[in-house]
Design a protein around this ligand. Structure first.
Ligand code: PMP
Length: 429
């Protein structure tokens, strides 16, 4: 009889070493053990009423065609309003049909970028720590990631560190650019640190991109979440950058509705035309009705632009309060926070809690990862180890930090704080 079992290898070579995923692992751990989940980045408060009402209107409004396919590269009302919005932000005319593409979350916009723009053997510069998917996405496209770190310069006056204290070394950054460099990935405001790159830092990156004729994949999903009056500067608006930059955004982050998975890419047609080729041959388009509702959300924001009622004005205000509350609370138990300038993440130093989770020197797993697992299992508090945001080669460089998400209801943050207070008391008693 014929053997039914296959003996040949089934896995495509491009998947080698990519089976592990931090989110799959830590989301599962949080689901199993956490009482309070400050791990994965999503709000536990409701999306704004105007957005959910827009979805309800789209459902009940009598346009049954909203349940059918729409234009592949973006539902027309959404690409139109995104073009209008970004015209304002970038100070240049945009064609909704060629300068904007709607994707299934920022995730798919990133995937389209790497598939469309990175070739076998191309190098792509990634700034560490980074949103973890950049590395496998570059590799799946046949490219080689080249890492350059943000280096911490702790303030000498005993003050808390800020995400601004994590900086690129200009010479080190310059040394990573070569003829093989095809692109650099920029993520400002940065997940996980919350760093908002300054004009000077962006200028340095832009200069190197122009000098070496390199593309910039600019992940700006946290563009509205910037605190203390800081400004988010779009690298595409710097000299020579529009033609070589793809801006990536997310309605999930922008409107506190991560489950909708609506994202976008904005850029010159000469780049976006290739993203469209990937998109039309893989995903084709994302849910029409979600795009319709997001379009209406943007219509509202366009009308209220810069006004106090604008969600893009209100959300960062509320989140800044949550940030300040969590900073204060972590500081009071000695889990020293690095104050983020943007995003809804905060990285904290776990050194003072290490005695409860002893090191296993021979372990291949970074200490912070074992710490985060121990913490969710034994204390019911979920967070993400900072090492998850480093390449394999550098994941042991910083193992004393974990990342919290503070886009949470007051009660959730309070519950997290209670766990830490109690833990601290148990330790010292
Ligand atoms: N980029 C960054 C930096 C992110 O943090 C995230 C979400 N955690 C994404 C992209 C993906 O966004 P989306 O949910 O819209 O796919």
């Amino acid at each position: 009889t014929l053997q039914a079992k296959m003996s040949r290898p089934v896995q495509a070579r491009r998947l080698e070493g990519m089976d592990k995923n931090i989110w799959v692992e830590f989301v599962q751990l949080a689901a199993t053990y956490s009482k309070v989940n400050l791990g994965q980045g999503f709000p536990d408060f409701p999306a704004p009423d105007f957005l959910t009402e827009a979805l309800r209107r789209a459902l009940g409004g009598g346009n049954h065609m909203l349940h059918q396919y729409t234009r592949a590269f973006g539902h027309p009302p959404l690409v139109k309003v995104l073009a209008q919005f970004f015209e304002k932000l970038l100070g240049r005319d945009l064609d909704p049909m060629t300068n904007v593409m709607v994707t299934v979350g920022a995730y798919q916009a990133l995937f389209c970028c790497f598939q469309a723009l990175v070739d076998e053997g191309d190098e792509v510069i990634i700034i560490e720590p980074f949103f973890d998917c950049y590395e496998p996405m570059v590799k799946m496209a046949g490219g080689t990631p080249v890492f350059v770190p943000l280096r911490p310069n702790p303030p000498k006056d005993g003050k808390l560190m800020s995400s601004a204290d994590w900086q690129l070394d200009p010479a080190e950054l310059a040394s990573k650019f070569s003829e093989r460099t095809k692109a650099i990935v920029l993520n400002s405001p940065n997940n996980p640190l919350g760093k908002v790159f300054s004009r000077g830092e962006l200028g340095l990156i832009a200069e190197l991109c122009v000098k070496h004729d390199v593309l910039c994949i600019s992940d700006e999903v946290y563009e509205w979440l910037v605190y203390d009056g800081k400004q988010h500067i779009r690298i595409a608006s710097l000299q020579g950058m529009w033609d070589r930059t793809v801006i990536i955004g997310s309605a999930g982050k922008t409107f506190s509705a991560t489950g909708w998975k609506v994202g976008w890419a904005v850029g010159p047609d000469r780049l976006l035309q290739h993203l469209r080729t990937v998109h039309q041959n893989s995903v084709y388009h994302c849910a029409t009705i979600a795009q319709e509702a997001v379009a209406q959300g943007f219509q509202r924001e366009l009308m209220l632009y810069g006004k106090p009622e604008s969600y893009f004005v209100q959300l960062p205000k509320e989140l800044q309060q949550k940030r300040d509350w969590l900073v204060q609370s972590l500081d009071s138990v000695g889990m020293k926070p690095i104050i983020p300038e943007g995003t809804y993440f905060l990285v904290a130093d776990i050194s003072q809690f290490k005695s409860d989770v002893p090191d296993v020197p021979s372990s291949d797993e970074p200490y912070d990862s074992r710490f985060a697992k121990w913490m969710v299992k034994n204390k019911g508090l979920a967070a993400i180890p900072l090492s998850a945001f480093y390449s394999e080669a550098h994941k042991n460089n910083y193992t004393n930090f974990i990342r919290f998400c503070f886009a949470k209801e007051e009660a959730t943050l309070k519950a997290a704080s209670d766990i830490l207070q109690k833990w601290k008391q148990e330790k010292t008693s």
